[in-house]
Design a protein around this ligand. Sequence first.
Ligand SMILES: [Zn+2]
Length: 409
Amino acid sequence: MYENLLARFLRYVKTETRSNPESETIPSTQSQVDFADSLKQELIELGLENVHYDNNNGYVSGTLASNIEKKVPSIGFISHMDTADFNAENVAPQVIENYDGISEIQLDEKGEYSLNPNDFPSLNKYQGETLITTDGSTLLGADDKAGIAEIMTAMEILKANPDISHGEIKVAFGPDEEIGTGADKFDIEDFDVDFAYTMDGGPLGELEYETFNAAQAEITIKGKNVHPGTAKNMMINALQLGIDFQNQLPEDEVPEKTSGREGFFHLMNLSGSPEEAKMSYIIRDHDHQKFEARKQKISAIQTNLNEAFDQKRVFVDMYDQYYNMREIIEKDMSIVELAKNAMLDLAIDPIIEPVRGGTDGSKISYMGLPTPNIFAGAENMHGRFEYVSLQTMEKAAALIVKIAELNAG
Ligand SMILES: [Zn+2]
């Protein structure tokens, strides 16, 4: 059933598709356009209908027609094509069969990098399984090529097994998730399903429908620079104002001191001179009211600092990035229940926890298409220690099939 899954996954990860935050194009890199084209060919070969690439948003999509008379809700499955901000040139995956769950796995030939269960206790879970790792010089890109391979494999299984009843299923593979822009132009009218899932979570069992509310604030501070020898009562040091700004934020509400549903302000950049300073913050909270209060706090500090001067010194450009999808999903929890029941049918323990981040589904849900997130399997994403279990990918493919089957009633 899964005989093509490993080869498919290895082919995908060897294809370089890193996104580029500096780019103005959609997708941000040509390599993603080329990869989308190969996925389009593959969807056509698998026998899906209406396979097309949307020039406007970089998504390739296709439809698996219903094989039942009864009208049931249509379901979408979505994954992203790009890889994170880490070397992705010449990915050389290693396949370790029948891993014993306790040994150290050498990544590179020199022995500089290894996966050691002391550093990465998650390895213990994978006794007897086939692991795919990097060679230490790149990331793997299982985030999110595992998701693409699982969706493709599930479509192949449904095509090859017409006795499995299912309604209309649509799939979409999109660009630029890692740079936070990929879903901005997703076309829910063209996709036209009743609900969807992103296959972009981590380890086995993850099922997520709660994300952060997110905003970014770019602060510019204009100082007044004069010779330090004659600066008394004249100099306004923009860097000092920046420090004052930071010091007015609650010191314990930062990423390194929060977990669970606790929100934060995160100072990501501070640079400048006495003349001008710039700061960037990201603001995160699961709770909508607390999120709004955090943004008001930023504005209040700005006002407070500016009041000390006869002209405006502190400028804030603050904008929302995405919202907690829970507010949308909660209106109809049957979507979460369907995925959960499919997991239970396959003896997978559902792990339902709030994400301390966002997913493409955070944006797509607010466009009107409820889209929770399901595990794709990757561990240690975004770096050289990334790995994935083949058996987890098989279970994810089986889960897609099971969701389609349960949905058909
Ligand atoms: Zn991802």
